[in-house]
Design a protein around this ligand. Sequence first.
Ligand SMILES: [Zn+2]
Ligand SMILES: [Zn+2]
Length: 152
Amino acid sequence: MKTPAEILASHSVVDADTGCHNWTAALYHNGYGMTKVRIGGRPYCRAHRAAYVLAKGEIPEGLQVDHLCRNRRCINAAHLECVSLRENVLRGNGPFVVNRRKTHCARGHPFTEQNTYRQPSRPERRLCKTCRIEDGNLRRTKECNSLSQRGG
Ligand SMILES: [Zn+2]
Ligand SMILES: [Zn+2]
């Protein structure tokens, strides 16, 4: 009998350009890979969720597995991340692929050289310095001045 990992591996091919592990067996109408494996006694019917659980462990309650590469066929655990539903909706178009052509952050600040930073652990993701500063200011304001929250 094949292990879940073997089943997933035998039904996917690596795309050398993107690093995506594209599911080659049946797909759901919404584009996710269809499978039927049991991991730790639990059944999984979506290939990417099974791949995530195998590589990274249980999906926390209430969280969704999101594709950083926006390729729903992909089951590469490195391209998968657990997010809350809200976060997933807010992202709309994920950071991974879209960042390359995106010129502004979610709040409309330009991704110029000076305004962009990256975490060494997540070099594919551009982060907005202005947002970080604003978030920092906001936090400080809340801490120091919690009585006057009204602002302009
Ligand atoms: Zn991928
Ligand atoms: Zn920003």
